[in-house]
Design a protein around this ligand. Structure first.
Ligand SMILES: Nc1ncnc2c1ncn2[C@@H]1O[C@H](COP(=O)(O)OP(=O)(O)O)[C@@H](O)[C@H]1O
Ligand SMILES: [Mg+2]
Length: 222
């Protein structure tokens, strides 16, 4: 079971922070002692939990903002001693901090959407992953399709997943679960809610997230 999980991509707007906060909360409700570490200068993860803690108090996990990149790897490894799980939100561009996180993480989950820009940008991210593997050879790397078209007849996400599996064979595993583009994700951010707490009649986003968690459990990540 991986303890330090980074949700990372050099590309912005691919759902890193959204997934990081929901994975952190899922670990928390599974009775784990969780540290959510925000290493992204945009501080989206920290802002979300501030909103959450102001409005609700049923999820108590530790949140740390860490913008200093010097010694970050050592800091993460040191902090991880006191937790069952460390979830790190990092990326937006290729930084020293991101490289330090990749050297500390046991697992990196790279959210990628189905746009050409996103799949093109992945090459740069995978270069950074390869560099980190030089010192962190056991790191497991997963690609997760996010913001996939919600139309069940649309095959874009499946085609993208197949293309990425082929391109990055032996370097990364493309997760079977695909996170679809759903309004509930946006709403959950405004309201400080976990995706399963959003009160829509049929919360498909929550079912898709549950499938992701189940897949991560099955693959030994959680
Ligand atoms: N699956 C999704 N469907 C629809 N909107 C999403 C989804 N995931 C994230 N979003 C929204 O997209 C925006 C970018 O997501 P965010 O998690 O901040 O990306 P990143 O951290 O990679 O920059 C946010 O407004 C978020 O609410
Ligand atoms: Mg973010």
């Amino acid at each position: 079971m991986a303890k330090i999980i980074a949700i990372s991509n050099t590309k912005g707007g691919v759902s890193k922070s959204t997934l990081a906060r929901n994975i952190a909360m899922a670990c928390h409700i599974n009775n784990e002692k969780v540290l959510a570490m925000d290493c992204d200068p945009q501080n989206s993860l920290e802002k979300f939990f501030s909103t959450r803690f102001e409005r609700l108090d049923n999820v108590e996990l530790d949140v740390e903002v860490k913008s200093e990149s010097t010694g970050l790897k050592r800091h993460i490894l040191h902090r991880s001693d006191r937790y069952d799980r460390v979830i790190i939100d990092i990326g937006g561009r290729d930084t020293v901090a991101m490289r330090q996180v990749l050297m500390a993480a046991e697992v990196v989950i790279i959210p990628v959407n189905t746009s050409q820009e996103s799949t093109d940008a992945l090459m740069q991210m995978m270069d950074a992953v390869e560099d980190a593997r030089g010192v962190n050879e056991d790191m497991q790397v997963f690609l997760l399709i996010t913001m996939a078209p919600s139309d069940p007849h649309d095959t874009t996400a499946t085609v993208t997943a197949e293309g990425l599996s082929e391109l990055y064979e032996g370097r990364a595993t493309v997760l079977n679960t695909k996170i679809k583009h759903r309004k509930a994700w946006l709403q959950s951010g405004y309201d400080g809610l976990a995706i399963w707490e959003v009160g829509t009649k049929e919360n498909k986003a929550a079912s898709e997230f549950e499938a992701l968690i189940n897949e991560l459990v099955k693959k030994g990540v959680l």
